[in-house]
Design a protein around this ligand. Sequence first.
Ligand code: TYD
Ligand code: MG
Length: 454
Amino acid sequence: MSKTKTFFQCQSCGYTSPKWLGKCPDCAGWNTLVEEKVLPSHRRNAGIDSPGKAEPVALGAIEASSENRTLTGITEFDRVLGGGIVPGSVVLVGGDPGIGKSTLLLQTFSGLSRKSGKLLYVSGEESPRQIKMRADRLSVNPENIILLPETSLEGILDSAARLTPEAMVVDSIQTVFTQEMLSAPGSVGQVRECAAKLMLFAKRSGIPVFIIGHVTKEGTIAGPRVLEHIVDTVLYFEGDRGHSYRILRTIKNRFGSTNEIGVFEMSDSGLKEVDNPSELFLSERPRNVSGSIVVASLEGTRPLMVEVQALVSRTNFGMPRRTSIGVDFNRVNLLVAVLEKRAGLQLGGMDIFINVVGGLKILEPAVDMGIIATIASSAKEKPVNPRTFVFGEVGLSGEIRAVAQAEARLREAAKIGFRKAIIPAGNADKIRDNQGLEIVGVKDVEECSKTFFD
Ligand code: TYD
Ligand code: MG
């Protein structure tokens, strides 16, 4: 019998065991033991099989130009990547099963294949025939795209080294395994080890690698965020099953800004780019009803007009209910308190429901004014003019604070036909070009609730 080459280590306290245990005997954590490889003693410290011969280089002596990025031809995808594919980068595309990850990357390859050399699509999930059927439906340009139905990492790296493709997709990391570990494909140890090897391969060869990862039930990619540390860029593909559009979001990017989003629509012939998402999100907006307002929000560098709705009604139970979808629940409670105290609105016996239309999530504080406005509108049963929009942060003493990139928000609003902006006074003072909009600067919540309904 050969000697065991792996052991199990607790990821929270470092306890090691020769076999897997459900509960760590040391720190009592559940399900924290993960298979690790025993490295030969001379490699143990370096962690990788480099002999440690790297030379120090002066920063000024390194030549790097942003021009060597490759554009995929899918503008939304390029923007999310920070302006195209960086050679040797490893990009993780995560998302729920069935959201469209394979479709997105196949379409990306189709775009790339027109101007590049060989592209390698490794699939452990679908057979080449299944991929071909999908490719036909998507009218993919088959030129230069090579399929590899393989799940052994050693086999994949071998083929990749022989083919030297210009880009490579591994679909999905949960199906790939390395022979050096005993555990099943998809386990944390396997996923991390395979990703680390793909990373090493990408850095050495300069071939960009896209890794597709399914999100586990807990919402993280294959266990405790193991992959996010390893790769260069993490993208999440998200969307609501009830809606046809999908959002590609940057979570981490070593080569560009995070918080960028790309918006796609899933059609019967694949993913279509949505150039003007604001129009899409506002297309079914009800007219002249209370409890609805549009907020000019910012996702990365991209302004997005989204509708925030509120329903305020007298509670039938002793405890009023507060529910929020798409905005932070605690933020809503805080803003309700501010409205009560600073604008004299009686909300104590009211149920309050807040919803951001279209399944979007807005995390930036500029949505505060929208929440305030829509609650006030619903509570007073007065509609806000449908051509009015807001943005601004609200402080605890009821003051309205300026937010970043006011002009970009105004430009987007003007483009799709808004007329009036209610914005922080701090922003209004600095606006040079009002884009033909009527701009009302407000200082506090009291002043602001007066301005909404005229
Ligand atoms: P897929 O890319 O296989 O998802 P993932 O790789 O993330 O698991 O996408 C599958 C879903 O997309 C499936 O529910 C059907 C839908 N779809 C379309 O609506 N139109 C299309 O042209 C394609 C290819 C898929
Ligand atoms: Mg797939």
